[in-house]
Design a protein around this ligand. Structure first.
Ligand code: ADP
Ligand code: MG
Length: 593
């Protein structure tokens, strides 16, 4: 462990990685020199592409270019979120025993990838960037998640990290990472209550955090909307132009996935332009049956198209205030992070809600979360620095956790917004005389009936010594660590018999065997990519060498043609010169290879 612990913001649309180095955070550039990387993976006949290379070729290869994979993790195939998004994605999502998998053609063969595997490829890329930057191996990371991520989603992130060769030092929420970054950089002026709104491409995540002083940041409440993000604005704009195209040209563009991809890219760009201009132009030549589509979008139309979505941003803000029992007048600071908070209308609505309060958005919203994660990684891996002494955060459980009692009723043991890590117990007993086994079903959620909550798993305490009903004392303990991972223990107080249970949701979770296979595959893909890259480099170098030689030779030939009557010394000098040039090119070529 030690110094090479990185902080990763694994985003739905963009990801970013940072590290604590020379007493400050460095955001690590990728191989394009960019400080954040599109969360895109593409497969083609010859190669696998990650980041910019994948995003840039999407309209040429729409079926095999994957984005938004984070929206699938920890979910069942029939989850409404999965079903809804499937209609918009150009890539194919299939049902594999109830779990969503992404089906692509890679190297000419049909292949299925689990969303966890796709995320592991992104993590691997970020890890690679860090290793190249540091010239050292990296194996540990703090990774950020949405604060309302449930147990299945957290487990999925852990599996993805595992496949990428990273062990997780801690999972922290995006808003808390942002708060840490603002705090470290002295960008929060007062002790008091802070509302942090993280509004990205896939989701909205709001936290109310109290800056207690002495460097302690305590989460008071979290809320969010897993179905609201910048991508949803893009969809509205795309639909608007699909209709416009139908009206203008009497043609349905949706039948052509490639055209749709080009439209989607143009719409996202227009949306971003509208954050700084009142109007954006869209010009896509021969988009469909060689029709050139030239049109425009104004900020007012954009706002109209998305009015209801924009309004929804206030709901989780109200919820955290309600849950924390704090009035909005007692909020000292409102911090905005995430790309979608660049939209002026969003800023306006939040500021109005807080009675015209000035919003704090002084940190680069694309980097702030990775920045905070890197600080946390340094703190947890024991880096010594006066600056880090001042940072401590206390997190909360995002959902209530409990077990089912008679009649299918949820019996919560840990409550939503309870501070974590925590360990809580309750005593249960048998319903029947001489009952020898006791089934413990673990649920997550806020509803009264367990059918409405999320079943995390179940286990059985067996061999209970026969006794009349109500006599055995079974103590069930829920232990939740700082990353939000749950462990359940059962203990028969009468017999001293123990049973430990790590919650694994078999419905959603990959098996150990599947993970092992994916680790092997990851290594294979990694070395294949490296070979392709090396081959490409060798080819480029050789091409440049040939070009330089050709150039030198051509120049000499031209001289020769023009100087048919030169002196002996001149010919010899020219010959010498050419030989030296070829030799020095050759030398350079050898040094570079
Ligand atoms: P995530 O963490 O979900 O990957 P980010 O915080 O990186 O998301 O934000 C990405 C989202 O922000 C995308 O939907 C992108 O279109 C949007 N976005 C980025 N810049 C702007 C801008 N200038 N105006 C409006 N939206 C923007
Ligand atoms: Mg984000």
């Amino acid at each position: 462990m030690g110094k090479n612990s990185i902080g990763i913001d694994l985003g739905t649309t963009y990801s970013c990685v940072g590290i604590w180095k020379d007493d400050k955070v460095e955001i690590i550039p990728n191989d394009h020199g960019n400080r954040f990387t599109p969360s895109y993976i593409a497969f083609s006949y010859a190669v696998r592409l990650i980041g910019e290379n994948a995003k840039n070729q999407i309209s040429m290869n729409p079926f095999n270019t994957i984005y938004d994979a984070k929206r699938l993790i920890g979910r069942q195939f029939n989850d409404p979120e999965v079903q809804l998004n499937m209609n918009y994605w150009p890539f194919q999502v299939i049902d594999m025993n109830g779990r969503p998998y992404i089906q692509v053609t890679y190297k000419g063969k049909i292949k299925q990838f689990s969303p966890v595997e796709i995320l592991s490829m992104l993590l691997c890329k970020l890890k690679d960037s860090a290793e190249i930057y540091l010239k050292e191996r990296v194996t540990v990371a703090v990774i950020t998640v949405d604060s309302n991520y449930n147990d299945s989603q957290r487990q999925a992130i852990r599996d993805a990290a595992n496949i990428a060769g990273l062990s997780i030092l801690r999972l922290i929420s995006g808003p808390i990472a942002a708060a840490i970054a603002y705090k470290l950089d002295n960008r929060i002026s007062v002790e008091g209550n802070i509302v942090i709104v993280d509004f990205g491409g896939g989701s909205l995540d709001v936290s109310l955090i109290t800056n207690i002083g002495e460097g302690v940041l305590e989460v008071m409440a979290t809320a969010g909307d897993a179905h609201l993000g910048g991508e949803d604005f893009n969809k509205r704009i795309v639909n608007y132009f699909i209709s416009e195209f139908k009206r203008k040209f009497k043609k349905d563009i949706t039948t052509d996935k490639r055209a749709l991809c080009r439209l989607r890219t143009a719409c996202e760009r227009a949306k971003c332009t509208l954050s700084s201009s009142k109007q954006a132009f869209i010009e896509i030549d021969s988009i469909f049956e060689s029709i050139d589509f030239h049109t425009s979008l104004t900020r007012d139309v954009f706002i109209n198209l998305n009015q209801d979505l924009i309004q929804r941003i206030i709901d989780p803000v109200e919820k955290v205030l309600r849950d924390a029992r704090i009035d909005k007048s007692q909020i000292h600071e409102v911090i905005l992070v995430g790309g979608s908070t660049r939209i002026p209308e969003i800023q306006k609505i939040i500021s109005n809600f807080f009675n015209g309060k000035e919003l704090n958005k002084s940190f680069n919203p694309d980097e702030v979360i990775a920045y905070g994660a890197a600080v946390k990684a340094a703190c947890l891996s024991g880096v010594r620095s006066g600056k880090l002494d001042n940072i401590l955060n206390i997190d909360v459980a995002p959902h209530s956790l409990g077990i089912e009692s008679a009649g299918g009723i949820m019996n919560p043991i840990i409550k939503r917004n309870d501070t974590i890590p925590t360990r809580k117990s309750k005593i249960f007993t048998t319903d029947l005389d001489n009952q020898t086994n006791f089934i413990i079903k673990v649920y997550e959620g806020e509803r009264v009936r367990t059918v409405d909550n999320n079943l995390l798993g179940e286990f059985e305490l067996t061999d209970i010594p026969p006794a009349p009903k109500g006599v055995p004392q079974i103590e069930v303990t829920f232990d939740i660590d700082s990353s939000g991972f749950l462990e359940v223990l059962a203990f028969n107080k009468n017999s001293g018999q123990h049973n430990k249970f790590v919650v694994t949701n078999d419905k959603n979770r990959l098996s150990n065997k599947e993970i092992e296979q994916m680790i092997k595959d990851a290594m294979k893909y990694h070395s294949e990519d490296k070979n392709v890259k090396q081959k490409e480099q060798a080819r480029n170098n050789f091409e440049r060498y040939l070009g330089n030689l050709q150039n030198a030779l051509q120049k000499t030939i031209t001289w020769f043609d023009d100087n048919q009557g030169a002196e002996k010394e001149e010919y010899e000098r020219k010959r010498e010169y050419l030989i030296n040039q070829v030799l020095s090119e050759l030398e350079e070529f050898q040094i570079n290879n």
